[in-house]
Design a protein around this ligand. Structure first.
Ligand SMILES: [Mn+2]
Length: 428
């Protein structure tokens, strides 16, 4: 259940959605399913971002049905939830009551899930359009009755005569720019992540294992109130620094190696996403520091370009040029490498293979068009890197940036980032 986001936020999101809908429309939002893990176990439940954004409901086997009835100028909102029975109460505990649904979401009418098909039949005749996410999540179908994904297919077939519209275009257009409460939540998530970083600087030393670092971060992150990691934490030392999405986290950290940490807390389902690269010994080698300062210099330059009207695609291009300059300085590229490069695959890509930015929000790689002009309220990662497998290390530095009417705001500005500062804390 959301800690900081309240009913008004979720009901206001629905109001914004109604403005985008055709007259006489219904919207169907499906919860995520519980994913089978092993045997009769499930993975930890994580709600679908859209149903959460429009209702705050954080429970599996939930459907929200919204009806914009233009003829009678009314909006009718329904939630369908699991009916708690003795067995559920004994094994998994409390499930939402109808009153709780109203308090969390502001949705007035709550029924049990088995009433859904009947309810939709009753209101469908008054609607010309059905909105639902065509893609949604690929769901596993191991629920005790009918998985919601199957139900969605059934509905799409049963109401073929209606105009079916992909909800994603509309829900995503709302989610992409964040409101005050969302920005505050992401700032809080960044602060928690920052506290974990500061603490871990004093913990890392030669001989420590990556999973021990992960354990320390997990302890701190949960103890500060985060519900979870926003994504699998990347705790990677040595040459594996260059593996972009390494999540094995099992190796010992050796003297002389760098440790790349890329993790973020998730708070009320909003993500933070931060990376730092620190020396295991507490001191960067001369070369490591040289490369570190190159990446940091690019970060400081490109950060200023996170402004209204720019786009992710263009930021990538601008960052590529900055990285290219640094690679020349570092002796990793020569002028002739650039002269003869394939413009489709510039030479700098050898050492900087990923983009500099992605949208952030309820999803760590949040919804949004990479070509679209940036607008105030958007939050994006800023994550330049240089990876040199032949020298046995790679460096990524990542902060989260809020787009405003004026200058970009760095939500991670208080997290130690200067090489000297990191060394000083590690040796204090
Ligand atoms: Mn990122």
């Amino acid at each position: 259940m959301a800690t900081f986001l309240k009913k008004d936020f979720f009901s206001n999101n629905r109001k914004k959605l109604y403005n985008l809908l055709e007259p006489d429309s219904i919207v169907i939002l499906f919860s995520a399913d519980s994913y089978p893990r092993s045997g009769n176990q499930f993975f930890k439940f994580r709600q679908n971002s859209d149903i959460y954004y429009f209702s705050g409901l954080d429970q599996e086997e939930t459907i929200v049905l919204l009806h914009k009835d233009t003829k009678s100028e009314t909006i009718n909102e329904y939630a369908f939830i699991t009916e708690p029975d003795e067995e559920i109460l004994v094994w998994t505990g409390h499930k939402y009551t109808k009153e709780e649904v109203r308090n969390i979401s502001g949705i007035e009418n709550t029924e049990y899930l088995d009433a859904f098909q009947k309810s939709i039949k009753q209101i469908i005749n008054q609607a010309d359009n059905i909105y639902y996410s065509f893609c949604g999540n690929i769901r596993a179908g191991n629920l005790k009755n009918l998985s919601l994904e199957n139900l969605k297919i059934l509905i799409s077939q049963e109401y073929k005569n209606k105009n079916q519209i992909d909800l994603d275009i509309y829900s995503h257009s709302l989610r992409v720019a964040k409101e005050k409460h969302e920005i505050q939540t992401i700032q809080r998530a960044c602060n928690i992540t920052g506290e974990c970083f500061s603490e871990i600087l004093k913990y890392v030393r030669p001989g420590v294992y990556e999973y021990q670092v992960e354990a320390e971060i997990t302890r701190k992150l949960l103890s500060l109130g985060a519900q979870d990691f926003a994504y699998l934490p990347i705790i990677v030392s040595g040459r594996d620094n260059c593996v972009l999405h390494y999540t094995t986290n099992r190796k010992v950290c050796n003297d002389g190696d760098l440790l790349l940490l890329d993790f973020g807390s998730e708070l009320d389902y909003y993500a933070s996403d931060v990376s730092r690269t620190i020396p295991v010994s507490g001191k960067y080698t001369k070369r490591q520091k040289e490369v570190y300062n190159s990446v940091l210099k690019v970060m400081k330059q490109i950060k200023q370009k996170f402004v209204t009207g720019n786009s992710i695609v263009n930021l990538n291009k601008e960052c590529g040029e900055l990285i290219q300059n640094e690679l020349l300085q570092l002796g990793l590229l020569k002028e002739q490498d650039i002269k003869k490069q394939n413009p489709e695959k510039p030479a700098y890509k050898k050492y900087f293979m990923h983009g500099v930015s992605h949208y952030m929000g309820l999803d760590i790689h949040d919804v949004g068009n990479r070509n679209a002009p940036l607008i105030p309220g958007m939050i994006l990662s800023c994550e330049p890197g240089i990876y040199i497998p032949e020298e046995g290390f790679g460096i990524r530095i990542e902060n989260d940036i809020l787009i405003t009417e004026n200058s970009p705001v760095d939500l991670c500005k208080d997290i130690p980032i200067e090489a000297d500062e990191i060394e000083e804390i590690m040796n204090s």
